[in-house]
Design a protein around this ligand. Structure first.
Ligand SMILES: *Cc1c(COP(=O)(O)O)cnc(C)c1O
Length: 469
């Protein structure tokens, strides 16, 4: 029977082990200069806790309750207690995975989890490492792409993450924007037009997009890119772990399994364990299918790399210091909750997908709300009923605000801006000439959301209904 471990028990056990290990090096007095004044500490901690637990509403707003099922806003949730404890244990010693001598055990663990992630995607002889997050991981993939393609442009869908264009600027390469369809997926006709210009060296495909949770047709785009000699990078920072569901027994309705399977044919892929991998921030990962690209990272450091002739992770990373604790936390988490379809992480991911489908079905039946489109992954975009763009915008904002302001039955959702044309293709009788309007957006990334979907929609529907009165 699975249990829910208390992270404090795990941390105590970890600290006891580290105490015993450190005792082997001989006793050390704590330096008095690192001592703290008890009153000053109590005051600081009081204020710290007060600010962290302030109500989300009010003059100096506190945090939204990211771990509670009532929070269906952005892609935010707490780490698993196991990850939290494993991180806290290693962080006491604070290994640095820049070089093997900065943290031999956690560097080995990093190589092991990177191999696990690569196996999940079907990369056979991968090179890769963890990063501070998805942005740096994508930067590394685009840096390698620039080196491999002689500085040719990258192409990314209009719905791709905003940091790709910014990082193209950092790297000094052009960025072509490819149109997307109404579902938020890259338009392959538009991609072919861009590839025909001959200036594009790398195509960035997204699984899944940060806005709509849409999955680019990777399985169809890759052959197209190959015909035009372009590299393929898959930004699966958000959705990479859905790869596990693609192999599952019952794939949820509308879940695009084929694009996820096709990631195996990409040149590089990025996945964020700190999004769907139950890790604390910063834990991203970049993986390359061809280990020979490691040569582009070559550099000399006079400070490090002394203790071992083995590959140092610092030799294949743009970042220098990286938390060994992040690697340790992911390593323990994946031992406890393996990367599998039928146990461990797979069922956690599948539950979010099912929650989004339930949420969508309840929206379809709602009186005063309607879904904008069916979810491909675990993000749902929906709108209050309205016959005018400005009214739609104002009602979305009102539901968003009122839902979180209700102290007795709060629900925390997100907002998303859609163009007027896109909205009219869904709601044909929308009047008004506003260029865009805000709609509601929810990320159902916690397995608890499966049980809460109906109740959350009922609450939001009641609020939307009250706006009409
Ligand atoms: C979150 C996200 C990123 C950026 O990753 P960070 O970890 O926030 O730096 C990049 N691409 C996609 C698709 C994302 O969802």
């Amino acid at each position: 029977m699975p249990t829910h471990p208390d992270p404090l028990d795990l941390i105590r056990r970890g600290y006891a082990a580290l105490d015993a290990w450190e005792a082997g090096f001989g006793p050390v007095e704590s330096d008095p200069r690192l001592g703290v004044d008890a009153d000053r500490l109590a005051e600081a901690v009081d204020e710290y806790l007060g600010r962290l637990t302030a109500p989300p509403r009010g003059e100096t707003p506190g945090m939204y309750p990211f771990g509670h099922p009532r929070y269906v806003g952005q892609m935010l949730k707490p780490p698993h207690p196991v990850a939290l404890a494993a991180y806290a244990i290693a962080a006491r010693v604070n290994p640095n995975n820049h070089a093997l001598d900065g943290g031999p055990p956690t560097s080995e663990m990093e190589k092991e989890v990177v191999a696990d992630l690569a196996a999940m995607f079907g990369f056979e002889t991968p090179l890769g490492h963890l990063t501070g997050g998805g942005t740096v991981a994508n930067l590394e993939a685009l840096f390698i792409a620039r080196e491999e393609t002689g500085g040719k442009a990258i192409a990314v869908s209009r719905e791709g993450h905003y940091t790709h264009a910014r990082m193209a600027g950092v790297l000094g390469v052009d960025c072509a924007v490819v149109a997307a369809d109404d579902h938020g997926r890259m338009d392959l006709g538009a991609l072919e037009d861009v590839l025909r210009t001959g200036g594009v060296g790398t195509v960035v495909l997204t699984a899944a997009t940060t806005g709509l949770g849409a999955v680019d047709p990777i399985h169809e785009a890759i052959p197209l890119c190959r015909r035009h000699g372009a590299r393929v990078h898959v930004d699966a920072a958000y959705g990479g772990f859905f790869r596990l569901v693609a192999d599952g027994e019952d794939v949820p309705e509308g879940f695009p399994a084929e694009p996820f399977r096709a990631i195996a044919q990409a040149d590089s892929v990025v996945v964020d364990p700190h999004k769907h991998g139950l890790q604390p921030y910063g834990c991203g990962a970049v993986l390359f299918s061809d280990p020979a690209v490691g040569r582009h990272y070559r550099h000399d450091s006079p400070y490090t790399y002394f203790t071992s002739a083995d590959l140092h992770l610092g030799e294949i990373s743009l970042e220098c210091s990286r938390a060994g604790a992040a690697a340790g936390a992911l390593w323990v988490t994946l031992k406890a909750l393996p990367l599998a379809s039928d146990e461990g992480l797979g069922p956690v991911l599948a539950a979010g997908l099912r929650a989004a489908r339930l949420f969508h079905r309840h929206l379809d039946d709602a009186d005063h709300l309607a879904p904008v489109l069916a979810p491909e992954t675990d993000i749902v975009v929906y709108a209050p009923e309205a016959d005018d763009l400005d009214v739609l915008d104002a009602r979305s904002a009102a539901v968003f605000q009122q839902a979180m302001d209700d102290p007795d039955d709060p629900v925390f959702v997100g907002l998303y801006r859609l163009g007027a044309d896109r909205l009219r293709r869904r709601f044909s009788d929308l009047r008004g000439d506003a260029p865009a309007a805000r709609v509601l957006r929810s990320v159902l990334m916690k397995p608890e959301h499966e049980a809460w979907a109906g109740r959350l929609v009922a609450r939001l529907d009641a609020l939307a209904g009250a706006l009409r009165a």
